[in-house]
Each structure stands twice: as C-alpha cells, then as structure tokens.
Ligand binder design. Sequence first.
Ligand code: ATP
Ligand code: MG
Length: 144
Amino acid sequence: MEQTFAIIKPDAVSSGHTGAILQRIEEAGFRVAAMRMVRMTKAEAEGFYAVHRARPFFDSLTTFMSSGPAVVLALEAADAIARWRTLMGATDPGQAGEGTLRRRFGSSIERNATHGSDAPETAAFELGYFFRGLERVGEPVPAP
Ligand code: ATP
Ligand code: MG
C-alpha cells in the first residue's frame, strides 16, 4: 500500500464540488487516511510550492491557493501516486481526458480543481507538510 497527498483546491471547494470529488475518490478505491479543511496563508502556499518558486505562475498560483478553503487528504491504495494522477488527468483541464476530475471540475490550467504528488519523495514531503504521522490513521484493528 502507498499513500499520496491530494488537495481539493479552492476553486473546487468554492464551487461546491468537494462532495462529488470525495465520492469519485472513494469509488475509485482509495482509502481516505487523513482529511482536513485548511485555509492556507500565502506563505504556507509558497512553502508548499517551493519547487515552483522560479516559475512565472508562482505568485498567481500561491495567491489562488491561499484565496479560500481547500481540503487536504492522504489517500491510500496500491500504486496510489500514479493512480491518483491518472484520475486527476492532465494539468490543463482542456488537455485532460474524458472522465478525469480536472476535465470535469477544472476551469483553467491554474484553477484545475485538484493536486496530487508526482513521486514518492514529493508525497513524503507534502504529506508531512500538512499531517503529523499520527493523523494518518491506519486500518482499524479487527476485534479478536
Ligand atoms: P499538481 O502539482 O497541482 O498536482 P501538476 O503536477 O499537474 O499539478 P505542476 O507543473 O506541478 O502541475 O504545476 C503545479 C500547479 O501549478 C498546477 O496544478 C496548476 O495549478 C499550476 N500551473 C501549472 N502550470 C501552469 C501554467 N502554465 N499557468 C498557470 N498555472 C499553472
Ligand atoms: Mg506537480
């Protein structure tokens, strides 16, 4: 089993798509290991996207990500990192495949509804940025 880090971004939360996206996550077989609503500060968004510091869209992206509440999640499944990125679709909703979350819920390359870690190293950093280890709950222990 693998965990990945996901965000339902402020555009999707403010347009009322949180529940629909959570339903798609569960229907796709991910176990929600942790979940919280957060209103990131600009500085917190800048820390999260530090790898993109030099990109031309950095200021706009971090302003958007701190513009309203988002939902942060730890998702668990076999091959969770790759499978979550497949479910999200391409970064640009206009390029994202039929049936993907970004195609359905995204409105621009920036306001693209969801985030997902792109590798085990980034998943570890991103999960740790938002969740303490204890918050990422394991499966319940079966009764004896
Ligand atoms: P994410 O990291 O959010 O899962 P991604 O890995 O598909 O998405 P990145 O290249 O890591 O895409 O970009 C991070 C985020 O920055 C994108 O999800 C999007 O919100 C924004 N972004 C990416 N490219 C652009 C662009 N050309 N113009 C504006 N915003 C962009
Ligand atoms: Mg990325």
